[in-house]
Design a protein around this ligand. Sequence first.
Ligand SMILES: Nc1nc2c(ncn2[C@@H]2O[C@H](COP(=O)(O)OP(=O)(O)OP(=O)(O)O)[C@@H](O)[C@H]2O)c(=O)[nH]1
Ligand SMILES: Nc1nc2c(ncn2[C@@H]2O[C@H](COP(=O)(O)OP(=O)(O)OP(=O)(O)O)[C@@H](O)[C@H]2O)c(=O)[nH]1
Ligand SMILES: [Mg+2]
Ligand SMILES: [Mg+2]
Lengths: 278, 292
Amino acid sequence: FSKKKAIDEETLEELEAVLIQSDLGIAATSAIIDSLRECGSRGERLDADGAVALIEQELVSILGANTVPLVKAGQPPTVVMVVGVNGTGKTTSIGKIASMLVREGNKVMLAAGDTFRAAAAEQLEVWGNRIGCNVIRHKEGSDPAAVAFDAYQSARARGFDYLLIDTAGRLHTKSNLMEELKKIKRVISRECDGAPHEVLLVVDATTGQNAIAQARVFNEAVGVTGVVLTKLDGTARGGIVVAISQELNIPVKYVGVGEGAEDLRPFNPDRFVQGILR
Amino acid sequence: NLSARLQSVFSNLRNRGRLTEKDVDLALREVRMALLEADVNFKVARDFTTKVRERAVGEEVMKSLTPAQQVIKIVQLELTELMGGQAARIAFASRPPTVMMLVGLQGSGKTTSCAKLANLMRKQGHKPLLVAGDVYRPAAIKQLQVLGDQLGVEVFSMGDKTDPVDIAAAAVERGRSMNNSVVILDTAGRLHVDDQMMDELERIKSRVNPTEILLVVDAMTGQDAVNVASVFNDRLGIDGVILTKLDGDARGGAALSVRAVTGKPIKFVTTGEKLDALEQFHPERMASRILG
Ligand SMILES: Nc1nc2c(ncn2[C@@H]2O[C@H](COP(=O)(O)OP(=O)(O)OP(=O)(O)O)[C@@H](O)[C@H]2O)c(=O)[nH]1
Ligand SMILES: Nc1nc2c(ncn2[C@@H]2O[C@H](COP(=O)(O)OP(=O)(O)OP(=O)(O)O)[C@@H](O)[C@H]2O)c(=O)[nH]1
Ligand SMILES: [Mg+2]
Ligand SMILES: [Mg+2]
């Protein structure tokens, strides 16, 4: 945008295109563009640079000005359940989070709660071997709640700091699968008051407006405490987390920026917003 | 939904009696918004709405007694035409084996779709060979082998220490010698902006000359669909698209975006995790779904 000319209709349209193309959604984008248009009509001197700064401010405030770390339970193990629709990066994100926790000196256990998909437990076991974490698994087709139960008992008995529970990908429209997820949560919370202490919804940055429906339904079913936004190393900007933050008050905790163990960053709202606007 | 919103745009028509340019503009704005809500790409939505405007004006929506219905009908027809068009069949090689290569972003559904295609081919009397070309993702080869076992379809693998280009070449050679009529190559998920990985696909293509290169796209993909599709198409030349996870409630505007920007047909859709969940693409059904 040319730096010093006043905000005009053409610039507003350019900004609208940028925001929509970052998957911010038509509602949030219209709200922002309309309010900028009002600034202009109130005679407030606002150039393209000023407009961008205002938008950034607004988005950062929605996303929460501070990064929120992973929860830590009063008594170990902290139980983290990882959920989301198919293929978003749950299993890989567990590998990355575990790797980070191990590097920070924690004893981490992984639970292969995807007992459905071909080679799901094997995939998690490869990660376990890579980073030096125990993996609790049953055979394919067994009850995921039983895996979670066993993993919790073992983690607790052996003094693990964190238990990360992988679950099968599932579309939020499948009510029987959402019931299965509720059951896993119930079983864990019966074993440990307050568990799972963290429920992370893994959202693929390439996802469009459907991510909001996903967040609503998963939140309704098991109460989501944080989002992991994956595949931000692509060209998708992940703007859908703005609506998720705003509507459901769920913070983004981590972003995935690649397929390796180290490709995880704590969410930084300023950096994220700059990725959209600059 | 769009129908209701268009009705309200034209609702006070009876009082005024005739449709103005402004009414048509308002109606088109509703159409464009519906498309954006459905994840159709920004520029694709704008171009599409322009086409609808030309047709609406041309078909004299202005004089119609039921303009809302007229506009919906035009939008539906335009969408269906845009997404239908040429026959969306698999092309078979004149000399077997027919080689199909599935490509796309991480997690889009390639491995599962390879197995589903093998299942379809087998039901149609072919002898398919599945090829484990993903040497990077943990347990990717195992995943394809488990699916192959479930189907009773052979999976060709050279482990994860061999170059995928060599794996593809050896697989096609084996397919030829064992009289497999169809060879289906699974490839690793990759970003369109990962030059090395896109180069790998180009090298596989020039080595085995696939009959069909199919881009696998997740139906919930948002605005980024155009970037992904155009780069894969520009670098590789795709023959068609498989749109996955249509059993969800994503409107699937990515289908329109991908079609508009590549001109290539959507050949199949997948509608579930079971291996028989693969169907032919129906343009009119997709059009209705996008419009909500
Ligand atoms: N480029 C990139 N790829 C990622 C990222 N996170 C995960 N992936 C890739 O996405 C694909 C799917 O990852 P998984 O961890 O298997 O996803 P999932 O959600 O567990 O999948 P299901 O269990 O089948 O639902 C794999 O190829 C991962 O390597 C990321 O941040 N960036
Ligand atoms: N509900 C549903 N799930 C699907 C569909 N197609 C694939 N999946 C699921 O999506 C997830 C990812 O599928 P994969 O076949 O592993 O995807 P991929 O493209 O091979 O992933 P990478 O190799 O990591 O890039 C798995 O959980 C599949 O079961 C579909 O049509 N519907
Ligand atoms: Mg998984
Ligand atoms: Mg795969």
